[in-house]
Design a protein around this ligand. Sequence first.
Ligand SMILES: Cc1cc2nc3c(=O)[nH]c(=O)nc-3n(C[C@H](O)[C@H](O)[C@H](O)COP(=O)(O)OP(=O)(O)OC[C@H]3O[C@@H](n4cnc5c(N)ncnc54)[C@H](O)[C@@H]3O)c2cc1C
Length: 293
Amino acid sequence: MEFLQPATWSEALAMKSAHPEALPIAGGTDVMVDINFDRARPATIIDLTRIADLTEWGMDSAGAHLRIGAGVTYARIIDELSDRLPGLAMASRTVGSPQIRNRGTVGGNLGSASPAGDAHPPLLASDALVELSSTTGSRRVPAREFYTGPKRNAMRKDELIAAFLVEPSRGPQQFSKVGTRNAMVIAVCSFAIALDEERRQVGTGIGSAAPTPVTAGDAESFIEGVLDEGGLWETPGDLAPSALARFGELVAAAARPIDDVRGSAAYRRHALEVLARRTLAWSWDEYRKKSAA
Ligand SMILES: Cc1cc2nc3c(=O)[nH]c(=O)nc-3n(C[C@H](O)[C@H](O)[C@H](O)COP(=O)(O)OP(=O)(O)OC[C@H]3O[C@@H](n4cnc5c(N)ncnc54)[C@H](O)[C@@H]3O)c2cc1C
């Protein structure tokens, strides 16, 4: 196996361009499992861990988004970005164990593009962008277009993931995951919600209940309508139980789950309905309390 170890980002991009089949490795928490179980036998590996640019984050030059390097670990998202990205931080807290959160990166989650990856629902709910780079330039792909199939994404073979971009939260965010135990568990299903008080929008993200992570567009439009028509953003009152229930039903309807070892399709739909209802109620409660303060 050829092992390439670039020291700079431009060197990494040149290596990927020269070896399009080479497998990048960041934290290695997916790559090493695949190699150990003989699911992958890459002829060439590009180690990205020496590239300082990938571990940096800050406001993007245009000013609206946080730009977070693909190599920032879950542990750092929790420690450094919980206030600005509460949904992603909540999801990060549920990933693996302390060891996995210290090594594993959001860039690696995006690279694997598993429908069960925990970073995806909050990235979808807050309309994140994924920055892909090659020697010929960079492009920013909306998360909503990034996942193209089970464990497939929009990255070309000559590209690497440089960063992801998210606007700092403009309202309450929640993430909730169902698993067979409390820690070290792959999601049976998961759900993220992000309220945007300024744009009067509600974003959603569903994990582990379709061939790719997906959003629940009908549920988003439905609840935005309820909040607008009731004037609830301005004078936040109770959300009617019927509205919470309908939101849950529409989220469950957006999923395309399968029966597998972790759970049945029917259970996943039911669980998503409950997660959606609960996370909406929690985030609306937070919005009401903040508005009343
Ligand atoms: C015990 C255990 C528990 C786990 N628990 C969870 C969990 O609860 N939730 C969860 O979502 N995941 C979990 N995982 C999976 C894994 O930790 C995550 O998917 C993690 O985000 C992978 O990040 P990494 O940096 O280790 O990626 P790596 O293993 O280094 O890479 C993963 C993939 O991304 C590609 N890649 C990495 N960086 C780049 C880049 N910059 N550009 C292009 N491609 C890139 C690699 O080529 C590879 O295809 C677990 C894994 C283990 C071993």
